[in-house]
Design a protein around this ligand. Structure first.
Ligand SMILES: Nc1cc(-c2ccc3ccn(Cc4ccccc4)c3c2)n[nH]1
Length: 241
């Protein structure tokens, strides 16, 4: 089944990058199809205006609802369809998580609405909620200038989980933030040469003793998680279970 991805933005060139790398391959073998659209194509004035001053005053500009509505009509349609997922990256959205990526990886259609300025007229989101399945998501607690970078990050997190996309699905199981690692951070990785600029690969990893190697890796995951992500540890016992 092919996943269709649409991107609505005043900077559609952000999404040219999706034609290369892993994503390009997925597009080639028909797993994913990507369509980027310039929101200004749905304006009708000489200046192709997409923004206006905020009602109620305040700094900056707000994106007008009209171009979004006309773009929705043409790109998605005018009939409600809950199988279409519409994503609005937003600083005030719910944190985007690996489980959200997992859920979205089975979607048939995802439309990314990339805002700029101070954001999009809220009626656009309300209208979208009345028609499709809407996700207002934040990438993290830092401020971006628009939704495009978030849309690219979410795209990568989702598409790599689409069945048949990753050459080696086993590598997905072992990753951080996935059940396979019990929600622990990934242990440090090494490859050849065994000695590099006076730095050596931990001996245990060269021992060929799989039990010791597994223990070393788990201990490292626990140590790193407690050090860097105490929020991921179970507060009752202080150590992830
Ligand atoms: N995690 C995350 C997401 C965003 C984000 C997403 C979409 C938009 C659209 C306009 N802006 C600029 C903006 C900055 C601050 C306050 C309001 C608007 C955006 C920022 N920033 N950080």
């Amino acid at each position: 089944m092919t996943m269709r991805l649409d991107y609505l933005s005043i900077f559609p060139a952000y999404f040219d990058v999706l034609d290369i790398s892993l994503l390009g391959k997925a597009a080639v073998n028909g797993l994913v199809e990507v369509h980027a659209h310039d929101l200004r194509d749905w304006t009708h004035d000489r200046h192709r205006t997409v923004d206006d001053t905020p009602c109620g005053g305040g700094a900056g500009m707000v994106m007008k609802p009209d171009p979004w509505g006309e773009a929705f009509d043409e790109i998605i349609g005018t009939e409600p369809d809950s199988s279409v997922h519409v994503i609005f990256p937003s600083p005030s959205g719910a944190p985007f998580t690996q489980s959200a990526a997992q859920e979205l990886s089975s979607a048939v259609r995802i439309v990314f609405c990339c805002g700029r300025y101070e954001g999009i007229d809220h009626r656009v989101i309300d209208y979208a909620r009345s028609m499709w399945t809407v996700h207002e998501v934040s990438l993290g607690d830092y401020v971006l200038n628009g939704g495009e970078v978030a849309a690219l990050a979410i795209t990568e997190a989702v598409v790599r989980l689409v069945p048949g996309f990753m050459g080696n699905p086993e590598s997905l199981a072992e990753e951080s933030f996935s059940a396979g690692q019990d929600g622990l951070l990934e242990y440090p990785l090494f490859t050849r040469p065994v000695s590099w600029r006076g730095l050596d690969v931990p001996e245990v990893l060269m021992s060929g003793h799989h039990g010791r190697i597994a223990k070393w890796r788990r201990d490292e995951s626990v140590r790193l998680t407690c050090e860097r992500r105490p929020d991921l540890t179970d507060s009752d016992f202080g150590v992830p279970h």
